[in-house]
Write a protein that binds this ligand. Structure first.
Ligand SMILES: Cc1ncc(COP(=O)(O)O)c(C=O)c1O
Length: 349
């Protein structure tokens, strides 16, 4: 048990972007000969791995991302970490890596957050503590086969908003000419292999003046898949609230939560279904990208077919549906409004 009065670091919390900040401790455990070590907290942020490690050559690795936030009463809250644990193990199994038992995952996350209490941004600072669990195939294994040893690591970093313009400032997306994931590929798993290929797509989107790439389905290039690091949600002009259904997208925990709020709190008719960008664009009343990092970021315009297509009119920052959902979601995550869904997980300090 730590002294909860440990002084917070003297950071300009409000100026933080989404960048790595070295904190005091990280958790590490190793899997060898069929079992996990107990694991412990380490000081060094450096991992020494063999040059023949499968994580380096064949991307045998997966990761997760979640945030710890400080509530008005000082409690430290994680948002639905059980779903991160579940998704982590789906990715591990897909890549022939050992699962991390749910209890081990949760205690590693809690231990790392607790050990870095001084780095958890205070309530009202606009920042949060990003938690990054990861699993990598280590040890020498040059042939294309699964690693014999694995490291499970959890580190944390205080972060500010993902998109430079904070809060609910409108972002723009550019439809990528490159595909992110094949229909029966690995797009629904949070694995590094999906992201390296997206770096160039993001750069191209940014060259067009967009914040991020928007991917269409790779079979027909018609249906919206997702943005580079966020799922898509749309309020239509017929009062429906829809999100793309696709086997190739990451099942966002934020999106699943927002769909529940839209249905149960805003009484909207919600649906996960394929969304044909060109055929349905005229019916988009409001659109947003959502995820742990993006939270809920309204999308003001999209680049496709060699032109910008506006959703929000110039000067409009956000529509009423997205504003209400943002307030509800962030209110729950920060412990400001009641958590009637049981989504919060308190980390004892
Ligand atoms: C490709 C991709 N899609 C969607 C998301 C959003 O998922 P979540 O809401 O679980 O953070 C992320 C970020 O985690 C992502 O990297």
């Amino acid at each position: 048990m730590l002294d909860a009065k440990v002084d917070k670091k003297q950071l300009n919390w409000a100026d933080l972007g989404f960048q790595y900040v070295k904190t005091d401790s990280r958790f590490s455990a190793v899997h060898e000969n069929g079992s996990w070590s107990n694991g412990s907290l380490l000081n060094s942020e450096i991992i020494a791995v063999h040059e023949g490690a499968p994580a380096l050559h064949y991307a045998q690795q997966c990761f997760e991302g979640m945030k710890a936030q400080t509530a008005p009463d000082g409690r430290v809250l994680l948002f639905r970490p059980d779903l991160n644990s579940e998704r982590f193990n789906l990715a591990a199994s897909r890549l022939l890596m050992p699962e991390v038992p749910a209890e081990m995952f949760m205690s590693a996350v809690e231990e790392t957050v607790r050990a870095n209490y001084a780095w958890i941004p205070p309530y009202g600072s606009g920042a949060s503590l990003y938690v990054r669990p990861m699993l990598i195939g280590v040890g020498e294994n040059l042939g294309l086969k699964p690693a014999q040893q694995f490291e499970f690591r959890v580190f944390v970093s205080p972060v500010g908003p993902y998109y430079k313009s904070a809060g609910l400032a409108v972002i723009s997306l550019a439809v990528s000419e490159m595909d992110r994931a094949a229909p029966s590929g690995t797009g629904s798993f949070k694995i590094g292999a999906n992201y390296a290929g997206g770096l160039l797509a993001t750069r191209r989107a940014q060259e067009l003046g967009a914040n991020e790439a928007l991917y269409l389905d790779s079979a027909e290039r018609r249906y919206i898949d997702e943005a580079g690091s966020a799922n898509i949600i749309i309020a239509t002009n017929s009062g429906c609230f829809v999100s793309p259904k696709s086997r190739a997208i990451l099942p966002s925990i934020t999106r699943r939560s927002i769909m529940t709020l839209a249905r149960d709190e805003l009484n909207l008719q919600t649906e996960d279904r394929p969304i044909d960008l060109r055929a349905e664009f005229d019916q988009f009343e409001e659109m947003a990208a959502c995820g742990t990092a993006a939270v809920l970021s309204p999308v003001g315009r999209i680049w496709f077919d060699e032109d910008w297509h506006n959703i929000y009119q110039d000067g409009q920052t956000v529509g009423p549906v997205m504003q209400e959902l943002y307030d509800l979601l962030v209110g729950i995550q920060k412990g400001e409004v009641g958590d009637q869904y049981g989504w919060l997980h308190e980390v004892s300090i």
